[in-house]
Every structure is written in C-alpha cells, then in structure tokens.
Design a protein around this ligand. Structure first.
Ligand code: UDX
Length: 435
C-alpha cells in the first residue's frame, strides 16, 4: 500500500517508520525542514527507543522517504493526518490549526478512491466537518477516523502491535474499512481487536481513554493526600486494591502525577468541548482530576522546602529527571521540569539532570543549570529530588550518592526507591503519600 503521513512528530514519524517496516511504501511530510532532513538521515529529532534502528532499515529498504513538499503524496492512496493538536493559548480548548492546514494542503492532491485517515486527537465533531470538506473539494475521496493510542517510550511496539484498532467511518463506507484492513493487515493477523464505529465514537474513544487514565492516576494521588494526613502508605494501598482484577494495579503509581503532550491537554480540551455541547456537568470531575494532579507539584515543592529546613533560598537542590516520564525526552507539561523551575523561582540553586531530556529542557529554559549525571547533579546538594523514574535513578546506589552530597536527604517523587535501603544507608527519605 502506498501511504503518506502528514506530520512527523512523536506520532507521525513513528507511524511512518512502522508502516514502512510492515511492508508499505511510505512518504512522511512535515513543514519543518530540519526535522525532515534528520529523519531522512535516519536520525529521529526526538528520543524514542527502537526508532533509529527502524528508520535505518526502512530507508535502506527504499520504502520510506521524507519530504517537505506535500505534492510527494500524489502517488499515495491512504493519507494519515498525524499533526499536533496542542492546547490553545489562554483556553482549555484544542488548537486545530494544524489539522485543518494538513487537510487543506492534501486536498489538491487527492484522487477519487483516496482515503484520508485522521490519527490526531481532536474534539468530537471535527471529523464530520472534515469529511464534508473533503467530499466537497475532492469528490471520490473519503475520510476515516483512526485514533492513535501509542505511549511514548513504547511507541514502536504500540504501533506495530496495537492493543486495539478503532475505525470511525462514514455510514456504509466499506471501501474505507477494507483499505484500513489492508494497511493494518499484519496487526489484525496478529490478533489486534478491531472496533468499527462512527466518527463521533472514534473521536470520543481516544479522549475518554485518556480521561480514564488521567482519572486513575489522580485517584491514587488523591489517596496519597489522604495517606499523608494519616500516616498510611499509598504504595501498599495501591498494591492491595490493585489485586482486585476489576481495579488492576497498572496506572496506580502515585507520585508527581501526569504530564506530557497528551493527558493534560486532552482532558482540558474534552472539558472545553463538553461545555460547547452543553454537557459540561458530565465532565466536571475532570476539573478535579486536573486540580489533584497539579497539587502534587505544589506538594513536591513543599516537601523540598521541608527537607532543607523551610526555605530553599540558596540551597543546592539536585533534580533527577526532567522528562515527563522515563524513556522519553519529552518535557511538554512535564511535572519534573515544572518543579525544577518553581524551585529555581523560589531562589533555590537547582542543578538538574536527565538521561535524554537535557536538550529539550534547555530549549525551554536556556538558563537551567544542568549536569550530565546524577552524581554530578548531586555534588554538594542539600537535597536530592527524584522526579522522573528512569531506570538508572531507580537503581542508584544510596551509599555512593551519599558520598557526594552535602546532606543525605532525598525526596522520592515517583515512589520508586526502597525506603528501607535508603534509610539504612543514612538517608533522610521522604516520598509523596508514604510515611
Ligand atoms: C498517553 C496514553 O497512555 C496513550 O494511550 C495516548 O495515546 C497518549 O497519552 P503518554 O503521554 O505517552 O501516553 O504517557 P503515559 O505512559 O500514559 O503517561 C502519562 C503520564 O502519567 C506520565 O507523566 C507518567 O509519569 C504519569 N503516570 C503514569 C503516573 O503518574 N502514574 C501512573 O501510574 C502512570
């Protein structure tokens, strides 16, 4: 199948490479010349495990190319829209500028029988509008909505073996369904379940899945607040309730909360859309989910103050982790970066480190003091804050780190260290939601 992918960010670049890997002929399009240049050289402009290897093999196979010229889509039959839908400045709503621009740029190149496939996360109702526009401007072409559920850090695996495929189709559009079956033949043969539905349901599947995940995290973080007030341990509580198969232990890790380019802005855009639809009451709980999540960052700053004796001014604070989660260099709405910046604003002498996200963090905050390793960041520190649970931080040797800090005090913002081991090594250990 000849495929084009419009937008080569975290989603589109992975999608393009994976589609080529499973045998399709793919062209990736983006307006960013540098991004396209790097991708064409097999160098992803962001960190994603497995992607560099995939780009190299796919380019060598001749099945993957990249271009800034949208006319390169002309020979493709299926066109994926994988552009971003960030939060609008000064509003909760999603900014659809890039989605509309992508579709408009495609229109002159669409042939009868072509299928445009939306993967971007959009407010419910967007696909219906785009479908009308495509039918009017490119008769014979159609649209499907096929939301993407990939997690950064596992994006390659999630794309090649998705845990489900959702096709939102126009009524009776069997051609679109068979085209998508052909695109995803390998995943379907592997047993990925398929749900065929209408546009609105497909759009809602994505935002409601993210709303559910965000709620699960904020639920356990709310329990962490109660645990803090009662001397209970939220990690033991999560283990215990997680044994109930109806609840499940996954996504019950209490700590600094969720960030990234999806969950925070998706729940806000969902609330904004619900308000437009007159069903804002149905989603008012998401306001609380957002508030609980943001309170964890404040609590982390308070704990940092506490361990250095009340005032962070002039205190050396080592921050381990800047990415919004491990195995990613993404600092969009990163709780870790947020805490580092809040402490800097309060006058702390923050030195931050991250295995992959130093460059992305410095792009956002050029004067952030950074170090290359955890032990360099911790040198002479009055407190160490673990804010992103990279494996190398989870496996830190407490005795070795104790030998470089000024005061052995650590706040575990992700509940990923063994308190007994750290206390035995002489550390003052604090965590979110643990005694
Ligand atoms: C998410 C969805 O999982 C994915 O399906 C969707 O397509 C895009 O949004 P992603 O943003 O890559 O993916 O990250 P995810 O693994 O969901 O983590 C989101 C945030 O939640 C991270 O900041 C993570 O640290 C936090 N988190 C996750 C917790 O605080 N506790 C948990 O138990 C799990």
């Amino acid at each position: 199948m000849k495929i084009s992918v419009i937008g080569c960010g975290y989603l589109g670049a992975v999608h393009a490479a994976c589609m080529a890997e499973i045998g399709h002929e793919v062209v990736g399009i983006d307006v960013d010349e540098l991004k396209i240049e790097l991708l064409a050289e097999g160098r992803p402009p962001f960190y994603e495990p497995g992607l560099p290897e995939l780009l190299t093999t796919a380019s060598a196979s001749g099945r993957l190319s990249f271009s800034t010229d949208v006319s390169a889509v002309a020979s493709a039959r299926v066109h994926f829209i994988a552009v971003g839908t960030p939060q609008l400045e000064g509003s909760n709503a999603a900014d659809l500028t890039y989605v509309h621009a992508a579709v408009e740029s495609l229109l002159p190149h669409l042939k009868p029988g072509d299928l445009v496939v939306g993967k971007s996360t959009v407010p419910v109702g967007t696909a219906a509008g785009l479908y009308a526009r495509i039918r009017e401007a490119a008769p014979g072409a159609s649209l499907a909505w096929n939301p993407e559920f990939l997690r950064e850090g596992f994006a390659v695996k999630d794309t090649i073996t998705p845990d489900r495929l959702v096709y939102g189709l126009a009524p009776g559009d069997d051609t679109a369904e068979s085209l998508l079956d052909e695109v995803y033949g390998a995943a379907l043969a592997n047993g990925s379940p398929k749900v065929v539905t209408d546009f609105a349901t497909a759009e809602l599947v994505k935002v409601s899945a993210n709303a559910f995940l965000a709620t699960k995290i904020s639920f356990i973080n709310a329990m962490a607040e109660v645990a803090e007030a009662t001397g209970a341990d939220v990690t033991a509580l999560a283990d215990a309730i997680g044994h109930d198969a109806r609840i499940g232990r996954r996504f019950l890790n209490a700590g600094l909360g969720f960030g990234g380019g999806c969950l925070p802005k998706d729940i806000r855009a969902f609330m904004a859309r619900a308000e437009e639809l007159g069903v804002d009451q149905a989603l008012s709980f998401l306001q609380e989910v957002d508030a609980i999540n943001l309170r964890r960052r404040e609590r982390m700053v308070d704990l940092a103050k506490e361990v250095v004796g009340g005032d962070v001014r002039g205190k050396r604070i080592a921050v381990l982790g800047l990415a919004f989660k491990p195995d990613s260099d993404d600092v969009r709405d990163s709780p870790a970066l947020d805490v580092a910046l809040r402490l800097t604003e309060l006058g702390a002498d923050v030195v931050a480190t991250d295995p992959q996200a130093l460059n992305t963090a410095l792009r956002r905050k050029p004067d952030l003091a950074v170090a290359l390793t955890a032990s360099q960041a911790a040198e002479g520190a009055d407190a160490v804050l673990l804010l992103t649970e990279w494996r190398e931080y989870r496996e830190l040797d407490p005795a070795a780190l104790a030998s470089v800090v000024r005061v052995p005090a650590i706040v575990d913002g992700r509940n990923c260290l063994d308190p007994v081991q750290w206390r035995d090594a002489g550390w003052h250990y604090r965590a979110l939601g643990r005694p």
